[in-house]
Ligand binder design. Structure first.
Ligand code: SF4
Length: 309
């Protein structure tokens, strides 16, 4: 299949603030791999689940990818997403909310964080602060880890996975709102290893074994303020999960927590400090400049992007 990604990055950032700036209403939270009621997916199955944490177009990682990020010292890039449910039979009670659960265990994704970055996608002249993937270079609108062994499967199969589900792609949403030709053909290969249904359990959809311990974590997620401890807890459970089951290996969980606490610097040590600085920088920058990325990301060692040939 052929897509035209230059100047877009519509699937790597949350462009809904542009609609609000232009006087339109924004859309709802999306996860790339789960069809929503407004995606033409299974309305009955998905319409009552509301994401808790994460971000629009949340890129959910597999268990093995979470482990790779952990081993490379890249866990600062990760955050969890849970879901609240209206139908109590679909979930488990945690404090005053019901969260989606399997076998009485709250389920969650672990995916990539989106700190605010100044970006001007879709040929806009002025940049706007937009929640953007930790790995998106806002100056080139390209991915800093494309083609590397850390590039998430979900990004590599987008938008094929969405077309395979018969749902609307982000490319088409961008075309509808901002014009241009993004999705140049709809023919596509069948993406390998789509993790939906029971096979997602323990492989991409993780189960937390202790719902009673999650109330504070879910409160902070709802406020958009998960703590490093909250994120570490979910990353460790995900890394200790076993595909096809709800089981969590205690030794793997403990090792993951130790790795998270060891904070060993390596080539990707730029990630955490850059995210923190993006969050600190936003309030004081009335007219944002994508070139801030040179100071905040490049200077700290973020990989360069190849440019458009
Ligand atoms: S990892 Fe790369 S391709 Fe995937 S959302 Fe982030 S910037 Fe985009």
């Amino acid at each position: 299949m052929e897509v035209n990604c230059q100047g877009c990055a519509g699937c790597c950032l949350d462009w809904r603030p542009l609609l609000e700036a232009d006087g339109e209403s924004g859309g709802r939270q999306r996860t790339r791999s789960v069809p929503r009621d407004d995606d033409g997916g299974n309305e009955q199955a998905f319409s009552e689940r509301v994401p808790l944490g994460g971000s629009y177009n949340f890129v959910a990682l597999t268990r093995d990818e979470v482990r790779t990020f952990l081993e490379r010292g890249m866990a600062a890039a990760l955050t969890p997403r849970f879901w609240t449910v209206e139908d109590e039979r679909e979930g488990v009670e945690v404090g005053d909310r019901h969260v989606a659960a399997v076998a009485g265990r709250p389920v969650f994704f672990v995916g990539l964080r989106k700190p605010p970055k100044p970006a001007a996608p879709f040929d806009r002249e002025e940049a706007t602060w937009l929640p953007a993937c930790v790995f998106l270079d806002p100056t080139t609108l390209q991915c800093r880890i494309h083609g590397s062994d850390r590039f998430p499967d979900e990004c590599g199969t987008y938008p094929e996975q969405t077309l395979a589900l018969g749902a609307e792609t982000e490319c088409e949403r961008v075309e509808a709102r901002f014009g241009g030709d993004r999705l140049l053909e709809r023919d596509h290969d069948e993406p390998d290893g789509l993790l939906f249904g029971p096979q997602a359990l323990g492989a991409k959809l993780f189960c937390h074994p202790c719902p009673d311990e999650l109330e504070g974590l879910l409160d902070r997620l709802e406020r958009g303020e998960p703590s490093p401890t909250d994120r570490a807890e979910c990353i460790a459970v995900a890394a200790a999960s076993s595909p096809g089951t709800v089981a969590v290996s205690e030794p793997h969980y403990e090792r993951a927590l130790e790795r998270l606490e060891s904070d060993e610097p390596d080539g990707d040590a730029w990630i955490g400090p850059a995210i923190e600085e993006w969050y600190r920088t936003r309030p004081g920058e009335a007219v944002p400049d994508p070139e801030l990325a040179a100071e905040i990301e490049d200077r700290r060692g973020a990989p360069e992007t190849p440019g458009w040939d």
